[in-house]
Design a protein around this ligand. Structure first.
Ligand code: UDP
Length: 240
């Protein structure tokens, strides 16, 4: 595999770990994601991961029913740390060095995130798994992915979803929807093409961070995406 990228930020959403269940972690899906990451890490690419938590808890669900959003988002954040621990453990089982960092202080569970410590771990060959989002309510882990990629000076954000890129409309609803091979951050925002939240795209735009959107179902997996063999959309400037 050609290592076109030196350091990547991979967003692993909760649904990538829950598979066809609506809740929790399915061992086969966890193993599948870990295998793909292990393959890329073995090839010498430095890998940082931001875990989502939608398979465990989403703060908005409580807030929608009149509950306190700040508390609910803390619960959601804890879910992202559970996923980070699961994924890091699955990597270690495969002989990959991995460390969990949490944006929320919980020293008996994980190292507290600082960009300095996470970068040092990446340079030492650890796959760093970043739980706890950005550590604040009212944000999502998509925004955390964009932010951490910028802070850690990654070359690219990889966002696996259930479609193979960014479309002009929802391809599951509109048969005329077409997929973009490349599109600017600005166009994604102005056309309201929802694949990640707007805050994530705006942050990526302002800091010139490209994002590749691809399907988690593609058989080529993460190494195929990095090698450019997978149908996907590049958000940002065309590749030089
Ligand atoms: N969350 C938060 N701050 C963050 C990131 C996440 O409060 O910076 C909470 C929020 O409640 C969110 C939940 O954690 O709903 C799970 O994250 P997300 O919805 O991004 O997970 P994904 O959809 O990627 O599985």
């Amino acid at each position: 595999m050609a290592n076109a990228y030196k350091r990547i930020l991979l967003k692993v959403s909760g649904e990538a770990l829950s598979g066809d269940q609506s809740f929790g972690i399915q061992p086969e899906f966890l193993a599948g994601v870990a295998e793909q990451i292990a393959e890329v890490a073995r090839s010498g690419v430095q890998v940082a991961i931001v875990t989502g938590g939608g398979n465990i808890f989403r703060g908005m669900a409580v807030a929608a029913n009149g509950g306190d959003r700040v508390t609910a988002d803390m619960m959601g954040t804890l879910g992202t740390v559970i996923n980070a621990l699961a994924l890091s453990g699955a990597l270690v089982t495969r002989g990959i060095k991995s460390k969990v960092f949490s944006a929320t202080t919980m020293p008996s569970v994980a190292d507290t995130y600082t960009a300095r410590a996470a970068k040092a771990a990446l340079e030492d060959g650890y796959v760093v798994v970043l739980g706890g989002g950005i550590g604040n309510p009212f944000f999502t882990t998509d925004t955390a992915a964009a932010l951490r990629a910028i802070e850690l000076e990654c070359d690219i954000v990889l966002k696996g979803t259930n479609v193979d890129g960014v479309y002009s409309a929802d391809p599951k609803k509109d048969p005329k929807a077409t997929r973009y091979e490349q599109i600017s951050h600005e166009d994604v925002i102005s056309q309201n093409l929802r694949v990640m939240d707007t805050a994530a795209f705006a942050l990526a735009r302002d800091n010139n961070m490209p994002i590749i959107v691809y399907s988690l179902d593609d058989k080529e997996g993460l190494s195929g995406v990095l090698a450019g063999r997978v149908r996907s959309t590049r958000v940002g400037n065309p590749r030089k």
